[in-house]
Design a binder for this molecule. Structure first.
Ligand SMILES: Nc1ncnc2c1ncn2[C@@H]1O[C@H](COP(=O)(O)OP(=O)(O)OP(=O)(O)O)[C@@H](O)[C@H]1O
Ligand SMILES: O=P(O)(O)OC[C@H]1O[C@H](OP(=O)(O)OP(=O)(O)O)[C@H](O)[C@@H]1O
Length: 208
């Protein structure tokens, strides 16, 4: 049986993704992300895990160094890589929204939008026919309107706690986000049986 290389996102998605695979019946090492190791084998399943930054998962999969991977829909929309999206795993649910200081209008000339998602943000404002300047940041996006760097942010909201604790309010919901199982198109063809089996096992858990 072929070995499957799986790109797993470190951080927030990891735990839910790990649990889903275990519930689907796969025998995985208990300490998969406990060490500093970046490549971990699950010999009983002939899986090899690459532990990657969430934004890099579709890159490994597109280049075929990972056969499949798990990535947030936010990352998929932002990177737009040539990979197949096989299954909505329904985990790490959140949404992308615009937010800012309460009761504020956007600057009339060129509003400034801070975000870690420049493509998603540009597409959204273009679809509304609004011209904006995108300011790309790597995290703690909520800081931007608080210190006068931006009129609005485009960022992930889950519980809304971060916005609330920083005195910000949501303006528009852009898109709902969950994590997806993705595959390299060539791997999907060559290792079809294994990958389809995995999709079916995961689907049963997702639908429960
Ligand atoms: N607050 C949240 N609640 C639920 N899901 C989230 C939340 N924030 C992000 N996500 C989802 O989890 C994925 C990974 O987020 P995470 O915070 O682990 O990584 P990151 O911020 O992209 O990377 P890093 O912090 O390692 O640079 C995101 O791509 C998104 O799909
Ligand atoms: O609505 P909430 O439940 O408060 O979650 C939303 C926060 O979670 C994410 O940040 P993360 O913790 O990944 O940190 P980051 O700012 O470094 O991206 C996101 O960027 C928001 O800041």
């Amino acid at each position: 049986m072929d070995e499957l290389t799986i790109a797993m996102p470190k951080g927030r998605i990891f735990e839910e993704a790990y649990e889903l695979l275990v519930k689907a019946g796969y025998d995985l090492p208990k300490d998969l992300d406990d060490s500093r190791k970046l490549i971990v084998e699950a010999p009983n399943e002939r899986f090899r895990f690459i532990l990657a930054k969430p934004m890099d998962v579709p890159v490994y999969v597109e280049h075929g160094v990972a056969d499949i991977g798990i990535a947030g829909k936010d990352v998929m929309l932002e990177l737009d890589r040539a990979v197949h999206e096989l299954l909505d795993l329904g985990i790490s649910r959140c949404y992308i929204a615009t937010a800012g200081l309460p009761n504020t209008e956007m600057n009339e000339v060129t509003p400034r939008i801070a975000t870690k998602y420049p493509k998603i943000a540009s597409r959204f404002y273009r679809s509304k026919g609004e011209q904006v300047e995108i300011i790309e940041l790597n995290g703690s996006i909520e800081l931007a309107p608080m210190i006068g760097l931006a009129d609005r942010i485009v960022d992930i909201v889950s519980t809304g706690k971060t916005l609330k604790e920083n005195g910000l309010v949501e303006y528009e919901e852009i898109v709902e986000i969950t994590s997806r199982l993705i595959a390299n198109p060539v791997s999907y063809r060559l290792k079809q049986e294994r990958i389809r089996g995995l999709v079916e096992n995961l689907r049963k858990q997702v639908e429960r």
